[in-house]
Design a protein around this ligand. Structure first.
Ligand SMILES: *[C@@H]1O[C@H](CO)[C@@H](O)[C@H](O)[C@H]1NC(C)=O
Ligand SMILES: *[C@@H]1O[C@H](CO)[C@@H](O)[C@H](O)[C@H]1NC(C)=O
Ligand SMILES: *[C@@H]1O[C@H](CO)[C@@H](O)[C@H](O)[C@H]1NC(C)=O
Ligand SMILES: *[C@@H]1O[C@H](CO)[C@@H](O)[C@H](O)[C@H]1NC(C)=O
Length: 591
C-alpha cells in the first residue's frame, strides 16, 4: 500500500538517515519536522504505557460504535435496517448492504462493520500507523432504541457492552483502553440516577477489565473513574457527562444548593482528582460522551466544569467527546456563558444529526468572535486571554450515518526522563497522597469531611455555594474572580504531552456496497491536521484559536471587524465535519 503514511515514514527515515550527513536538517514540510521518537535515557530505563508497551507518541480516539445485532443485509433503511414485515415499507427505499446501507441513513452498525473495523485495527494500526499507547473511547456501545418493533432492554445493553469490550481488549491486548459511558449505554437511554444502582453495577461488570481495581468502587457509585495510561505521568479521566446532561431527568443539574446532586458530587470528585494529579506532577485527558455545549449541559454543571478547566489548566491536556457524530471543536471560556448554538435541533435520537446549522452557528457565534492570537503572543496575553479558553474536541462516529471514522492523535513524548517513582517498582499510588486514595474517595462518598483534608473538598465552587445566598444579589460574573489558575500546561504551551497532530481516518462505505463476508475493508486517511488547508503546527489552544478565526473568515489582524468572508477553509472544515459523507454543502449563508 503506497499510502500517505508510508510516504511519511519514508520521509522520516530519510530525515534520520541524512541527518548524520547534513546538519541541521531544515525541511519545509511540517510533517517531517515532527518526529515522535521517545527518549531512552542511558540508564536503560524505558518509559512504557501501563501495560508495559514502549511509547509510540500516539493514541486512538474512537466513539459511537452502536453495534446492532438486528441489522440485516437486504432490510430497508425505512426500518433502521431491521428485518420485519411492515405495511409502510417503501419498495423504492434503499436497502441495507452486508456492511452498511451507505451514508445518510438512520441505521446502526452491522456486526460485520464492527468486526471488519476491529480486524482493520489489528492489521494496520501497529503496522501502518506506528502503533498507539492508549485508547480513549467515548461511549455508545449499544444500538439506538429507535425501533419500537425491537425495543431495547437493559440486558441487551449490557450484553452489547460485554461483547464489544471483549473484542476491543482482544484487538488491543497491550494498550490501556479508557471507556466513558454513553447515553445509550444506560437504560432507559439518557437517564442515570446517582449510584450505586443496578445500572452502574451491571456496567461495572461489563467493563470489569477496563476499570482499575482501586476505581471500581467509584465507578459503581457514579460511572466515572480515572486510569493511569502512562504510570506516574499521564491519566485519562472518564467522567460521566450524563450527570450534566439536560436529557437526564433523574438529576438536577449541579444545583449550588444541593451538594448531594450526582452532578455536584461529580464536580467535587473531579476536583479531587485534579488536586491529586497536580501533587503528583501528572497530566490528564478528560473523556466523556456528551460534549459541554449550551443545549446539552445544565448551565450550573457547565459553569462548575469551566471553573475546573481554568483552575487546573496546568493538569488538563485536553477534552474528547462523542455523541454528535460530527467532527468539530468548541471552546469553553472561563467565566463566560456557553456559546449560543440554539439552532441545534435537540432530538431524542442523535442518529439523524445532519446539523449544518449547528456548525454554522458555532462558527459565527464563537469562532468568529475569538480574540486575535498573534504568532508570538506575550506571556501576559497567553496567561490572561488565551489561558481563559479551553478546547473540547468532538469526534465523528463509527455508526455509519456519515462515513465511519476515528482519529489517531500524536502527542509530544519528549522530556520524559525517569523520576524516582519510575525506577522504584514498589511505589504505589497512595505514597504520594496526603491520605490514601481509596479512603479519600470513601470519605467523599460518605460525606465525612474531616478537618485535615478539608482543603481538598472545599473548592471555589463549594465556597461559592456556601455564600450563594449572600452573593445572589451580586452580578453573576463577579463571583468567580477568586479562582487561582495553574500555570499554562501542555494544552497551551509546547511541552511534554502537548497534542501535536491528528489523522482523521475513515471508511468510504459507498465503495463497499457489494461487500460480503470475504471482503477486506480499508480505512483511509481523510486528512491530517498538518495538511492543507489547516496546516496546524500543533494542537494547542492558541493554534486552534487561530484556526477558528480562519474558518470563520475573520481577518488575521487586530483591526475591528471587516465583513466576514467564507473561504475555502470554511467549506473544507464543514465537509470534514461530516467526514466527506454529505455532498459539499452550499454557501453557509444559505443554510
Ligand atoms: C463477528 O465476530 C464474531 C467473533 O468475534 C463472530 O462470532 C461473528 O459471527 C462475526 N459476525 C460477523 C457478521 O462477521
Ligand atoms: C487506606 O485507607 C483505608 C481506609 O482508611 C485503610 O483501610 C487502608 O489500610 C489504607 N491503605 C494504606 C496503604 O494506607
Ligand atoms: C515537546 O516537549 C519538549 C520537552 O518538554 C519541548 O521542549 C518541546 O518544545 C515540545 N515540542 C512540541 C512541538 O510540543
Ligand atoms: C467515496 O466513494 C465514492 C464512490 O467511489 C466517491 O464518489 C466519493 O468521492 C468517495 N468519498 C470520499 C470522501 O472519498
Amino acid at each position: 500500500m503506497f499510502s500517505f503514511f508510508s510516504v511519511f515514514s519514508y520521509l522520516q527515515w530519510l530525515t534520520l538517515a541524512f541527518s548524520f550527513v547534513l546538519k541541521p536538517v531544515a525541511l519545509d514540510n511540517p510533517q517531517s519536522s515532527i518526529t515522535n521518537e521517545v527518549e531512552t535515557p542511558s540508564s536503560g530505563w524505558r518509559i512504557t504505557n501501563t501495560k508495559g508497551k514502549p511509547l509510540t507518541g500516539r493514541f486512538l480516539h474512537i466513539t459511537d460504535m452502536h453495534p446492532d445485532e438486528f441489522y440485516r443485509d437486504g432490510a430497508t433503511v425505512d426500518h433502521y435496517c431491521h428485518d420485519y414485515k411492515h405495511a409502510s415499507a417503501n419498495s423504492k427505499s434503499s436497502k441495507a448492504g452486508f456492511l452498511s446501507p451507505g451514508p445518510g441513513f438512520e441505521c446502526d452498525s452491522s456486526p460485520s462493520l464492527i468486526n471488519k473495523t476491529l480486524d482493520w485495527f489489528s492489521k494496520h494500526i501497529e503496522n501502518d500507523y506506528g502503533g498507539i499507547d492508549f485508547i480513549i473511547w467515548t461511549g455508545d456501545n449499544s444500538r439506538h432504541d429507535n425501533d419500537n418493533h425491537f425495543p431495547r432492554t437493559k440486558s441487551e445493553i449490557i450484553t452489547s457492552n460485554e461483547k464489544i469490550v471483549d473484542k476491543m481488549i482482544e484487538t488491543f491486548p497491550d494498550v490501556p483502553i479508557v471507556a466513558a459511558i454513553g447515553n445509550n449505554d444506560v437504560y432507559p437511554h439518557n437517564i442515570m440516577e446517582g449510584g450505586s444502582s443496578s445500572m452502574t453495577q451491571a456496567l461495572a461488570g461489563a467493563w470489569d477489565a477496563l476499570i482499575p481495581t482501586q476505581e471500581k468502587h467509584v465507578f459503581e457509585k457514579g460511572g466515572y473513574y480515572m486510569v493511569e495510561v502512562i504510570p506516574h505521568r499521564l491519566a485519562v479521566i472518564a467522567f460521566n457527562s450524563l450527570y450534566f446532561s439536560t436529557k437526564n431527568a433523574a438529576v438536577d443539574g449541579c444545583p449550588k444548593k444541593d451538594p448531594d446532586d450526582p452532578g455536584s458530587f461529580h464536580i467535587r470528585w473531579l476536583r479531587i482528582q485534579f488536586l491529586l494529579l497536580r501533587q503528583r506532577k501528572m497530566n490528564a485527558w478528560l473523556a466523556s460522551h456528551v460534549p459541554p455545549t449550551r443545549d446539552q449541559w445544565y448551565i450550573d454543571c457547565y459553569d462548575a466544569f469551566a471553573d475546573l478547566l481554568y483552575e487546573f489548566r496546568d493538569v488538563i491536556v485536553g477534552q474528547l467527546y462523542g455523541h454528535m457524530n460530527i467532527n468539530h471543536f468548541v471552546f469553553l471560556e472561563f467565566n463566560k456563558p456557553p456559546v449560543d448554538t440554539s439552532t441545534l435541533q435537540s432530538r431524542d435520537l442523535e442518529v439523524a444529526t445532519a446539523q449544518p446549522k449547528y456548525v454554522k452557528t458555532l462558527i459565527e457565534n464563537q469562532y468568529g468572535e475569538l480574540p486575535f492570537v498573534p504568532d508570538k503572543p506575550s506571556s501576559k496575553f497567553m496567561d490572561e486571554t488565551v489561558g481563559k479558553f479551553s478546547l473540547a474536541s468532538v469526534g465523528g462516529s463509527i455508526v455509519p450515518e456519515m462515513f465511519p471514522n476515528f482519529r489517531i492523535y500524536t502527542y509530544n513524548t519528549s522530556g520524559l526522563n525517569p523520576r524516582p517513582s519510575d525506577l522504584d517498582g514498589n511505589v504505589v499510588v497512595s505514597d504520594s497522597f496526603p491520605k490514601n486514595y481509596t479512603s479519600l474517595v470513601d470519605e467523599l462518598f460518605e460525606d465525612k469531611t474531616t478537618e485535615d483534608n478539608e482543603d481538598l473538598f472545599i473548592s471555589n465552587y463549594e465556597s461559592m455555594k456556601k455564600n450563594s445566598k449572600r452573593k445572589k444579589k451580586k452580578k453573576k460574573n463577579h463571583r468567580k474572580k477568586k479562582i487561582q489558575p495553574g500555570a499554562l500546561g501542555p494544552a497551551y504551551v509546547p511541552m511534554t504531552f502537548t497534542p501535536l497532530s491528528f489523522q482523521q481516518i475513515f471508511l468510504n462505505t459507498s465503495d463497499y456496497m457489494d461487500a460480503t463476508s470475504e471482503t477486506e475493508v480499508d480505512y483511509k486517511l481523510l486528512y491530517d491536521s498538518r495538511d492543507q488547508p489547516y496546516n496546524m503546527p500543533s494542537l494547542t489552544v492558541p493554534d486552534y484559536m487561530r484556526l477558528a478565526r480562519r474558518i470563520a473568515g475573520v481577518c488575521e489582524s487586530k483591526k475591528k471587524k471587516k465583513k466576514r468572508r467564507y473561504r475555502e477553509i470554511t467549506y473544507t472544515y464543514l465537509w470534514h465535519a461530516y467526514i466527506g459523507a454529505l455532498p459539499r454543502l452550499g454557501d453557509p449563508d444559505d443554510f
